[in-house]
Design a protein around this ligand. Structure first.
Ligand SMILES: C[S@@+](CC[C@H](N)C(=O)[O-])C[C@H]1O[C@@H](n2cnc3c(N)ncnc32)[C@H](O)[C@@H]1O
Length: 465
């Protein structure tokens, strides 16, 4: 015989229903909050009330019957919570409610409950309820937390928009299969993404345009310019991960490490457009054109870049051509190398005692010279986070000393920051170049110059090299 499940998940309309909560302490307060949130008319039965509940009573949000529990106080209840710290009272409430055929929940006693409260993910009107049948609430909460991270915050707005236009779409597309396809395109395509990005009116217009043109397949795709962070996949944003999992094509460069690429949708086409110093695998103009071509062919194109796309990443140029040609795109920031490397090396970029500003610069050379504003960079009480500074490190450190920084100024090189291969070499402007040579430091590496580097001695946590 098939085993019977104890709990049937249902969604109960509580609005306007009479809800009795027996108990006036912290546990009761949680039940009250739950019931109020869903529109119940709540009465609390307790000789005394916790401060928060008393405030609600004063404000007229809930009623208070100031006396110990009695059976007749349940009269007219639609739903009951027993939440006192007296097991006997809770058991009596459960027995009385059950005898009267009223749904009852008893705090911490699943055996006495005729219903239990799930952990919920609220994207109203979409609500996900998770229950472990009262066996392991912590497990249910863990699952809920996972769902929280994978369901976009504006998911409910999409549901509302779809609900609002449901009838209109039904009239315009009478065929059920075609209608389903249309809605699938809405949920998995630009309309949803535009909405999730917070542009409700734009999403509505896109949806209406698609509806007006239901016979032709969507002509243009879209481009997601996404910052993949410095290397540790855990540093991706929720939105980056979601777009990575729905793209049809991914164009990625050298700084996007394999563990990050593994998170891209399995069957997405992968196109390497990486650039190494002095070796441009795919010229920038070709990358710009590829993005346009793929999008025009109707693909959802992921342009995945190391760190943040707008930080020394030419992201601006890549989307310029998209903007010119009216191709929809969105930009997702990533954790830039300076922030990732500083945190994982235990070097705060600012600190009350050492630095009240931090400057991000790139040590790229022009005409065989560093193109830097030296007087601004040698000001006191600042930290310098220098990208692309490994090649020419000798000259770079020498130039800083020539322009006025102390030869003893602390400096660190963070190689492959935030990854398991991270190495941090510390020294001074005088000693660091030789130390880096000895350790054979390779790009990508970030140079940090400033007194804050000394804090690493205390704050290192990720590696201890
Ligand atoms: C072309 S820039 C791209 C920067 C990127 N857009 C960002 O926001 O981090 C490349 C430089 O970033 C730095 N970099 C990127 N990832 C790094 C990492 N994991 N560890 C150390 N430095 C890194 C290095 O200085 C590297 O030469």
């Amino acid at each position: 015989m098939q085993e019977i499940e104890k709990y049937l998940p249902i969604f109960v309309a509580l609005e306007g229903r009479r809800c009795i909560v027996v108990g006036g302490g912290a546990v009761a307060a949680r039940k009250v909050a739950y019931a109020l949130r869903f529109g119940a008319q709540v009465t609390v039965i307790a000789p005394e009330l916790a401060a928060g509940l008393a405030r609600d009573v004063e404000q007229g949000i809930l009623k208070w019957v100031k006396q110990p529990y009695r059976r007749d106080l349940l009269d007219g209840a639609g739903i009951v919570f027993a939440a006192t710290n007296d097991e006997a009272v809770n058991a009596a409430v459960a027995a009385d409610a059950t005898a009267a055929g009223v749904l009852v929940n008893v705090a911490d006693s699943p055996a006495l409950c005729s219903f239990i409260l799930p952990s919920i993910v609220d994207r109203s009107p979409v609500v996900v309820a998770v229950s472990s049948g009262g066996q392991a609430p912590v497990l249910a909460r863990t699952l809920r937390a996972r769902l929280e991270t994978s369901i976009p915050a504006r998911f409910g707005d999409l549901a509302s928009l779809m609900g609002e236009l449901r009838e209109t779409v039904k009239q315009q597309i009478p065929d059920a299969t075609q209608r389903r396809r249309f809605w699938e395109h809405v949920v998995h395509g630009p309309v949803a993404e535009t909405l999730f990005a917070g542009r409700a009116e734009g999403a509505r217009q896109q949806l209406m345009a698609a509806l007006a043109d239901t016979n032709s397949a969507p002509a243009t795709g879209e481009v997601y310019l996404v910052g993949a962070g410095p290397g540790d996949p855990d540093l991706l944003t929720f939105r980056a991960l979601r777009l990575m999992q729905q793209a049809d094509v991914v164009l990625y460069d050298r700084l996007v490490a394999a563990p990050l690429l593994d998170l891209v949708r399995r069957d997405a086409e992968r196109v390497y457009v990486g650039k190494a110093r002095d070796r441009h695998a795919v010229p920038q103009e070709d990358i710009n054109r590829l993005l346009v071509d793929y999008a025009k062919a109707g693909h959802r194109v992921l342009r995945l870049k190391g760190g943040d796309p707008f930080m020394f990443g030419r992201g601006g140029e890549e989307i310029e051509s998209l903007a010119e040609q009216g191709i929809p795109f969105q930009i997702v920031p990533g954790i830039t190398a300076a922030l990732g490397c500083a945190s994982y090396a235990g070097i705060p970029l600012t600190h009350r005692d050492f630095a009240n500003s931090c400057t991000f610069v790139t040590a790229h050379m022009r005409d065989d010279r560093f193109d830097l504003n030296w007087p601004a960079l040698v000001q006191p009480r600042q930290t310098l986070a220098i990208y692309m500074g490994v090649h020419g490190l000798d000259r770079l450190c020498g130039n800083f000393i020539e322009h006025g920084l102390a030869p003893t100024m602390p400096a660190a090189l963070v190689e492959k920051g935030t990854t398991p291969a991270q190495r941090v070499i510390t020294g001074t402007l005088t000693t660091l170049p030789a130390l880096a040579r000895q350790s054979e430091v390779e790009p990508p590496a970030l140079l940090i110059i400033g007194e804050v580097v000394t804090l690493r001695e205390k704050l290192a946590w990720f590696d201890q090299i």
